[in-house]
Design a protein around this ligand. Structure first.
Ligand code: BEZ
Length: 256
């Protein structure tokens, strides 16, 4: 499957709301001065730099070279790394992640890597797309593909709260908060701009001269559900927000 390609300028125009709306999860992290924090999927570093300005020592990782370059230009210590293959050991007080984990389909590998990266007592606090996220958009994309005889595997992981709780607990985390939050999200443009920015694994399946008609069709099929009478578009976002801790003393499995 073709990969998502991140363009920092396009993201700044069509996706700035992602970091702007990430403040509640940053508040849940409650970063303390001097803490060493890993921002997993730091993107262009817009939230990472805010943590840094609180006096934290923050490292950002992202799989996109372009986004890492944009984060570095902001002054973030960022590096290219696949979140499913984290290369850190016992060194962070917290791992933070906003709107990135749903791109990492091997959630077990992510959680194992986060566990390794944290010091005992460290926190894992994040937000990702949850079960049912953008279901109207996905349905309309899939219908437009089906008309063309295409079926593209879903590139995202939108878990149910109980599924994600189990994944965290099986790895040894103690879960404190975990909830699905419906958050219809005002878009800066229409759903077509959202698709161009965030849904490239689908559009890449089409020849480049077929993409604008494909996107226009989805804009029209989505309009009755996602666009209000004033022309404002809202994406049907559902967030899964959580906080968990790697205990100081490993929890022993009870035999029998
Ligand atoms: C999200 O933040 O929920 C999301 C962003 C891009 C693609 C899919 C989901």
């Amino acid at each position: 499957m073709d990969m998502q390609h991140w363009n920092p300028e396009q993201y700044a125009e069509n996706g700035r709301f992602v970091s702007d709306l990430g403040m509640p999860v940053a508040e849940l992290l409650s970063a303390q001065f001097g803490e060493r924090i890993l921002d997993l999927g730091c993107g262009d570093g817009a939230l990472t730099i805010k943590l840094q300005r609180l006096g934290c020592e923050v490292v950002g990782v992202d799989s996109s070279l372009e986004m890492v370059a944009a984060a570095r230009a902001l002054g973030v210590d960022a590096q290219v790394m696949d979140g499913q293959k984290l290369q850190f050991n016992n060194e962070f007080n917290a791992v933070f992640s906003n709107a990135a984990l749903h791109w990492m389909k091997d959630a077990e590998a992510v959680i194992r890597g986060v566990w390794r990266a944290l010091k005992p007592g460290g926190r894992f606090v994040g937000e990702l797309g949850g079960y049912g996220n953008i279901s109207a958009i996905v349905t309309n994309i899939e219908s437009a593909l089906a008309i063309r005889g295409l079926a593209i595997p879903d590139p995202w992981f939108f878990p149910h709260s109980e599924e994600y709780r189990r994944l965290l607990e099986v790895s040894g985390f103690v879960v404190h908060d975990l909830e699905l939050i419906s958050r219809p999200t005002l878009l800066p443009g229409d759903v077509g701009a959202w698709i161009e920015t965030f849904a490239q694994p689908f559009t890449a399946a089409l020849a480049s001269d077929e993409r604008s008609e494909f996107i226009a069709e989805i804009v029209e099929s989505s309009r009755p559900v996602l666009c209000d009478i004033n022309g404002n578009w809202k994406a049907d976002y559902i967030r899964l927000r959580f906080s968990a801790t790697k205990p100081n003393i490993p929890i022993q499995k009870i035999a029998g």
